[in-house]
Design a protein around this ligand. Structure first.
Ligand code: PMP
Length: 377
């Protein structure tokens, strides 16, 4: 099997799984319980939390564990809007967000909030002047992802923060960092709030992180008992938290070396695909190398994907996340409907091998030529 859909999700690494199993087997208590088993589990949870806080140089109390980035995004956007209704009703997002952000915006519109979409240039970079012009006295929040999930376009968060704070110091800045963590260096100090997810960094599914600077006040979305965290009451999933912490620590090892290795794989694929007619490369100078997006002019992406599956090669389309099969990210950058409905995402990781890429390229050429000749016939 050759897995090339790492941006959709990653397998759990062996070391992470071991941490999960150990925490599950040896720490059976509820961290909210007062007896020694509870205290033992709570101590383990606190040390995992502390390790994560140290990684990002943030306070332990600024971390909330969630079920994943979707929930973190909900907390950030809805939580901010509900906490600040008296101050305004306007929020700004980019046109390169994950569909979860757009779904939340749709909901917020139904309860009276107004959403503006900031423009980007042809390389996908946020248009700073447009952002400046869109920020008003009643703008509560700007949400811009650190790395876009489809084209891998990265945004300069520090610069964006400066623009926002200069225009309106009380406007909060949230970034969905799900596709950035473990791939490029990120800093929580560039934002007021951030979303992350473990299953994109070889951690388990079902655990994410919401970072909120301690100065920021948001309204909780979930109510219940348990003192561990006011935003996310209930029994914390300690084995998942421990596994997430382990996955994060492993994700940051040799991050530059890994990025360079993946860049070489990306360039190898690109070098071959560029020579083939009818393939458009959806990549800009801001795309990270872990994501390579292409559009096939004459073949339906689903047909191609399933044909590649016959070789046990797994790729992504935008249909896994997007509504319908129109890629809003490709529309935002290329403004081309055909291109936006025919895209395929090849996503790589540091565990991808050169041999896998060689096999992928031969299968790709065989499938592409066969399907292309069918459409020509
Ligand atoms: N944001 C981004 C940028 C993503 O890529 C994803 C996962 N595709 C999500 C949010 C949703 O994450 P989760 O599956 O952890 O809810």
């Amino acid at each position: 099997m050759i897995y090339l859909d790492y941006s959709a999700t990653t397998p759990v690494s062996y070391d992470v799984l071991e941490s999960y199993l150990r925490a599950t087997k040896d720490f059976i208590g509820n961290p909210n319980s007062l007896h020694s088993l509870g205290v033992k589990t709570k101590t383990l949870m606190n040390s995992a939390n502390k390790q994560i806080a140290e990684i990002f140089n943030i306070l332990e109390s600024e971390i909330t564990f969630t079920s994943g980035a979707t929930e973190s995004n909900n907390m950030a956007l809805i939580g901010t809007c509900l906490a600040n209704v008296k101050r305004g009703n306007h929020i700004i997002v980019s046109k390169l967000e994950h569909p979860s952000i757009y779904k939340i915006c749709e909901y917020l519109e139904t309860i009276g909030f107004e959403i503006s979409y900031v423009a980007n240039d042809q390389e996908g970079l946020i248009d700073f002047d447009d952002l400046k012009n869109k920020i008003r006295p009643n703008t509560l929040l700007v949400s811009i992802c650190a790395v876009n999930s489809e084209l891998g376009i990265r945004q300069p968060l520090k610069m964006i923060r400066q623009i926002i704070k200069k225009e309106n110091p009380s406007t909060l800045f949230h970034s969905d960092m799900t596709q950035a963590v473990g791939k490029i260096p990120v800093s929580c100090h560039d934002v007021d709030m951030a979303s992350m997810s473990a299953h994109k960094i070889f951690g388990p599914k079902g655990i994410g992180l919401f970072y909120k600077n301690s100065r920021v006040k948001i309204t909780p979305l979930i109510y219940g008992s348990g003192k561990s965290n006011l935003l996310r009451p209930g029994t914390p999933p300690v084995p998942l938290i421990v596994a997430f912490s382990k996955a994060l620590r492993l994700a940051l090892v040799d991050i530059d070396k890994r990025e360079n290795f993946v860049r070489r794989l990306n360039e190898k694929i690109l070098g071959e695909l560029c020579k083939m007619e009818g393939i458009l490369i959806n990549q800009t100078k801001y795309s990270i190398p872990q994501i390579l997006n292409i559009s096939l002019q004459n073949i339906r992406p689903e047909t191609f994907l399933h044909a590649m599956e016959e070789y046990e090669i797994y790729l992504g389309t935008n249909t896994a996340c997007a509504s319908g099969n129109l890629s809003s990210s490709i529309m935002a950058v290329y403004n081309d409907k055909k291109r936006a409905t025919s895209s395929i995402r090849i996503s790589l990781s540091h565990v991808t091998t050169t041999d896998e890429i060689n096999q992928f390229l031969s299968a790709f050429k065989a499938v592409y030529n066969r399907l292309n000749s069918l459409t020509e016939g």
